[in-house]
Every structure is written in C-alpha cells, then in structure tokens.
Write a protein that binds this ligand. Structure first.
Ligand code: DGI
Ligand code: FE
Ligand code: FE
Length: 188
C-alpha cells in the first residue's frame, strides 16, 4: 500500500492523491454497507485515476504502446481515456490481474451495463467523495448508503444533464449504464 501511494504521488500529484484517498475511504464505507469485498474495492479505488494527469497526446502514445483498442469517442478525450488506459497501466505497474478490479477502473467514469457491486461502488465513491460539490449531491450520498442502483441512476442523470449543457458527446457506455438500470429495474 505504501509503495503504491509513493508511485501515485509521483504520477498524479498531491491534490489528485488526496481525491484518491477520499475515494478509497468513501468506497470502504460503501463496501461495508453493501457487503462487498473490501480489499478489491480498496485496490480499485486507490488506482482508479492512475492515468489522470496525462496529456491527450501522451495518452494516445501510451494507448498505441499498449495496443489498447479504444473506440473513436474515447480516444478524443482525456476524461474518457484515463479509465481504460489507467487499467492497462496498473496491470503493467503492479501486476494486477483481477478482471473485476480492472473493470472497475476501466469504467469508473462512464459506468456500463450490468456492473458488479465492486464496479458500482468505485463509480459512486468517485462521484460522492467528500470534496465533490454540486447540486443534488447530498441526496445521492444518502441514497448510496441504501440503494446503489438508485444512486447510480441519479449520478448518471446528473452527468448526462451536465454533458448536454456543455454540448459534449455522451459516451455510449454512459447511456447503456442508465438504460440497463431502467430496463432491469432498480435492484439492491
Ligand atoms: O477523474 P475524476 O475527475 O475523478 O472523475 P471522472 O473519472 O468521473 O471524470 C469525470 C469527467 O468525465 C467529468 O468531467 C464528466 C466526464 N464524463 C463522464 N461521462 C462522460 C464524460 N465525458 C464525456 N464526453 N462523455 C461521457 O459520457
Ligand atoms: Fe477518473
Ligand atoms: Fe476520480
């Protein structure tokens, strides 16, 4: 853990490390509440923004170096690249092979259809960690303790509204994540 934190401090800087540690803390609260494997959640949360402070140009170089196959929308945005690229990088840096951890990192920004509890928790913890502040966040924080799906739906609605207001492209995974919850009912 200490070694990972030192590598992280070096890569993403002190401020992003603070955010990361808040996400770890938040995700452990959610893991306890929803009976998810705490060690997995912790590792995924700790590494979720590993590829965050990388320029688009350098990100694309790394994507090519790792032969990562990404769709065209993802490749045009550092916001969308850093999840999948980060997952590939931590496989390399820390020899992490657990697919659920890697998926939680890959999809932490957009979400996806049919997420596991670990994936849901990392997605939400990133969204509601204490330093985040936007309209409606308190309600999402409360719901996250009771019903992960409901809280994720609220988070996705908020992100989609934000993206529409900015006239940004909405990634298909973001839409699929939301449609899946609406189609399949709000579970636990
Ligand atoms: O990396 P963080 O800042 O901690 O948080 P994050 O990985 O959730 O990234 C949030 C950013 O990603 C936020 O500015 C909104 C953006 N984003 C989320 N979903 C989509 C998206 N951007 C686009 N273009 N399309 C999406 O579907
Ligand atoms: Fe992120
Ligand atoms: Fe984050």
């Amino acid at each position: 853990m200490d070694r990972i934190i030192e590598v992280l401090r070096d890569r993403i800087g002190e401020k992003r490390l603070e955010h990361t540690l808040s996400v770890v803390e938040e995700s452990l609260i959610l893991a306890k509440k929803h009976k998810a494997p705490e060690e997995k959640v912790k590792i995924a949360a700790l590494l979720h923004d590993f590829a965050k402070n990388i320029t688009l140009e350098e990100s694309i170089e790394l994507v090519n170096k790792y032969n990562l196959e990404l769709d065209d929308i993802t490749k045009t945005s550092t916001e969308l690249i850093h999840g999948p690229l980060g997952a590939r990088m931590v496989r390399d840096y820390f020899n992490i092979g657990d697919q659920e951890i890697l998926n939680a990192i890959t999809y932490h920004t957009t979400g996806k259809e049919n997420m596991t509890t670990v994936e849901k928790i990392v997605f939400l913890a990133d969204f509601i960690e204490p330093a985040r502040n936007f309209d409606g966040i308190e309600l999402i924080r409360e719901r996250a303790l009771e019903n992960l799906d409901e809280a994720i739906l609220m988070a996705l609605d908020s992100t989609i509204s934000y993206l529409i207001n900015k006239r940004s492209i909405i990634h298909v995974n973001t839409v699929n994540a939301r449609n899946y919850l609406l189609k399949n009912g709000i579970g636990e």
